[in-house]
Design a protein around this ligand. Structure first.
Ligand code: SUG
Length: 454
């Protein structure tokens, strides 16, 4: 196995550790997997171990691989904020009685999809030379709308060194500034450590009713939110592209741009139908990248339909730069669903062999538990481009090595159930189990006091 370490800059992937309350509640309108698996039986233990296996495999290949902790569930702060009182157990019992649809959402483990945790602009792109973080407000889906507070705390604790990192508050609540984080943001650049082009893809212009927008499913990212982040992060607008997602594909289940496009450094891999006015978008990206090394790999509908892209998550793959010695080369981390679909699997074989596209290797992972809620390999990770000094100075034990992997697997095996049905959420014993797991995890990650607030 080759080690892809770059002495002056790396792209670290911070994967969300699947939380012990992982279940299928059918909560996300426009997310076909979430809706169609509603109330099927989940296996939280398998879900967490599947995610850890991907992290370990990428760490073993030499990639910088981090982990972000799950959020404590149920979220009793939300229930208290809407008037439920008493001890935690009383608050939850009252909520189940008076407002079960709200109580159940407070158990969601959806923070596992850390591509929605924040938007990150690395130091080379920003005016002040710091890496900027804005936690996503996730305002469109109630069960996700209360993730940002805890996410902000986690990011501040891990990326604590103020010489290197700047943290912003989540954008104002409400769909006008609907922000779903890195799932709608791609950074392209000659290399991880050089100034790049930040590419924001939005679903709607919220203040402009006359513009095209999806009609069936919600647009979860607004242009206004993307602009706000670019301003807050101090980006150079000459090196920033704002593009509208094709509303027709949102209406076919592409609820985030990362379900239909993925990119890193010198490569953008996307479906023909991903963007509204696609030719203009690609031309602007090419002009702003201004490099012969930049390649755009466009997958035609004749080879892979939007429906197959959505059901296999071909584009919710991780595109990892494995270039060595000047020749661009990329590896794709795909879910096993891609291998099982005839059209997608044939396309991927052709891609690996093609000499015109720089994607030379595809590796598959079983992430079925997450996939059944609409979360593929790329949903599970937040990318942070870091210099070696920044990587060495993180404020918690979150970089995956053999010992952290083993500790986390032990922790999962000790604290997780292997079966969780929707009805099990009302089991009072589950609340104690979730708390005990959280307390133990603080020790493993060296993040004491992490779960004092949720
Ligand atoms: O927000 N699913 C998540 C999946 C997020 C995927 N992330 C990216 N594409 N980056 C969502 O729709 C389903 C929860 C449930 O139904 O139980 C859920 O929240």
């Amino acid at each position: 196995m080759s080690a892809i370490k770059n002495s002056y800059g790396v792209e670290a992937n911070f994967d969300g550790l699947v939380g012990p309350s992982h279940h299928y509640a059918g909560l996300s309108d426009g997310n076909i997997a979430s809706k169609s698996n509603a109330q099927s039986i989940a296996n939280p233990k398998a879900a967490a171990l599947q995610g850890l296996m991907k992290m370990k495999a990428l760490a073993d290949r030499g990639f910088a691989q981090g982990v972000l902790p799950p959020h404590l569930r149920p979220n009793t702060s939300v229930l208290r904020s809407i008037g439920f009182t008493g001890s935690d157990a009383e608050v939850i019992a009252k909520a189940w009685k008076q407002a079960p649809e709200i109580a159940s959402r407070c158990f969601s483990a959806s923070a596992m999809w850390t591509a929605n945790a924040a938007t990150v602009s690395p130091a080379p792109d920003t005016q002040d030379g710091k890496t900027h973080f804005t936690p996503a407000n996730l305002t469109r889906m109630f069960h996700r709308s209360f993730e940002s507070r805890f996410t902000a705390r986690v990011l501040k604790q891990i990326f604590a060194d103020e010489r290197y990192f700047a943290h912003h508050d989540p954008l104002p609540a409400g769909h006008y500034f609907g922000d779903e984080g890195a799932a709608n943001h791609t950074r392209l650049a000659p290399s991880h450590s050089e100034k790049g082009v930040e590419f924001f893809v939005y679903g709607e212009q919220a203040f402009n009713e006359t513009r095209v927008k999806p009609t069936r499913y919600p647009a979860r990212q607004s242009l206004e939110a993307s602009y706000a982040i670019a301003r807050l992060h101090g980006l150079d607008f000459d090196k920033t592209v704002f593009a509208q997602q094709n509303p027709d594909v949102i209406d076919q289940g592409v609820f985030h741009n990362d379900v239909i496009a993925v990119g890193t450094t010198n490569c953008l891999f996307h479906h023909e139908q991903a963007f509204y006015q696609s030719a203009e978008v690609i031309a602007e990206l090419k002009a702003k990248m201004n490099s012969d090394d930049f390649s755009v790999v466009e997958v035609p509908t004749s080879q892979v339909s939007v429906q197959d892209a959505v059901s296999t998550y071909l584009f919710n793959t991780q595109l990892l730069d494995v270039s060595q010695g000047g020749k661009p080369s990329f590896m794709l981390v795909a879910p096993t669903e891609c291998e099982e679909n005839a059209a997608v699997s044939a396309y991927l074989k052709e891609l690996e062999q093609s000499s015109s596209a720089p994607i030379d290797e595809v590796v598959f992972f079983d992430l079925r538990e997450s996939m059944k809620n609409g979360g593929g390999p790329a949903c599970l990770r937040l990318r942070v481009q870091l210099q070696q000094a920044e990587l060495n100075g993180l404020g918690a034990r979150v970089l995956i090595d053999d010992s952290l992997y083993e500790d986390l697997c032990d922790w999962v095996n000790t604290h997780y159930r292997d079966r969780l049905a929707y009805e099990d959420l009302t089991d009072p014993q589950l609340i104690d189990e979730l708390k005990a797991a959280a307390i133990a995890l603080e020790q493993v990650l060296g993040m004491s006091g992490l779960y004092e607030l949720n």
